[in-house]
Design a protein around this ligand. Structure first.
Ligand code: AMP
Length: 281
């Protein structure tokens, strides 16, 4: 596996793959890799000739009071994981390589739905994501890019700017990978103490409860959200940031679950903010 650290290095690698007629797949990550990330890598391997992963903790997508400095960084371990699933190259730039002195261009998706869910609570977050993903798509010359349903709103934001800017990249969404306990895998799970980890199971448990109610015939959006809220409130270590149910693909308000709908939540367990979701309907 090649380790690429500069724009010039990834350009050389991507250009050679492109000239050889290869389909290039891109999997952007912030590292501290787990089985969720590796599932994205495998999906990319299955669909593409050459897979480029990126490991970059993108400063631009973190708010001033967020965990940029504390975010786990374990590049050597990440490289071993990436190599074990056959990734061809990893792009691991320094922040100043991506945002050199004088950098001044940002991608702002101004659709209504960017202001909901995490967009409402993390101002500037999706601007940072859209900017870095655009740069990574350009640098990697990827025809296919892979993202997790874990960050479902992020997938919608990315699909929006790819369409709006006529980028020639197909955006693939991969289902959420969970631990056996139901906890969605996340690099931020590393922040949890043992009691917090047990408390964090309330996220997936509450979603399952709503899913079961929906399967049993409950379609009223308020009732489904209430079920989730009540389950989370029964856990003393958990504090709700949001519990929302929107149409999936435009995040429109809904009264009833008819078509595909995204039941999404963000919950603080101690100092750690975790997100999870399911798609029903
Ligand atoms: P991150 O490193 O957290 O920025 O995540 C990089 C990519 O991995 C994003 O597209 C995430 O949605 C995806 N991802 C993270 N956790 C999971 C998971 N548990 N299941 C599926 N995809 C995931």
């Amino acid at each position: 596996m090649e380790i690429l650290r500069t724009a010039a290095e990834i350009t050389r690698f991507a250009k050679a793959a492109q000239q050889a007629g290869k389909v290039i797949g891109l999997v952007p990550t912030m590292g501290a890799l787990h089985e969720g990330h590796l599932t994205l890598m495998r999906a990319a391997k299955a669909k593409c000739d050459v897979v480029i992963a990126s490991v970059f903790v993108n400063p631009v997508q973190f708010g001033p009071n967020e965990d940029y400095d504390a975010y786990p960084r374990r590049f050597e371990e990440d490289c071993r994981s990436l190599e074990s699933v056959g990734v061809d190259a990893v792009f691991h730039p320094e922040p100043k390589e991506m945002y050199p002195e004088g950098y001044g261009t940002y991608i702002n998706v101004e659709s209504d739905f960017t202001r909901k869910l995490c967009g409402g609570q993390r101002p500037g977050h999706f601007r940072g994501v859209a900017t870095v993903v655009t740069k990574l798509m350009n640098l990697s010359r990827a025809q296919e890019a892979f993202f997790g349903q874990k960050d479902a709103q992020q997938v919608l934001v990315i699909r929006r700017f790819v369409k709006d800017l006529n980028l020639q990249v197909n955006v693939n969404m991969v289902p959420i990978v969970r631990e056996e306990s139901g906890l969605a895998r996340s690099s931020r799970n590393a922040y949890l103490s043992e009691p917090e980890r047990a408390a964090a199971l309330v996220l997936s448990r509450s979603l399952r409860k709503a899913e079961n109610a929906w399967k049993a015939g409950e379609t009223d959006a308020e009732s489904l959200k209430k079920l989730v809220r009540e389950e989370i409130q029964s856990e003393p270590l958990a504090e709700i940031d949001y519990v929302e149910l929107y149409s999936f693909d435009e995040l429109k308000e809904i009264q009833e679950v008819r078509g595909e709908s995204l039941l999404a939540l963000a919950v603080r367990i101690g100092k750690t903010r975790l997100i999870d979701n399911i798609i029903i309907g």
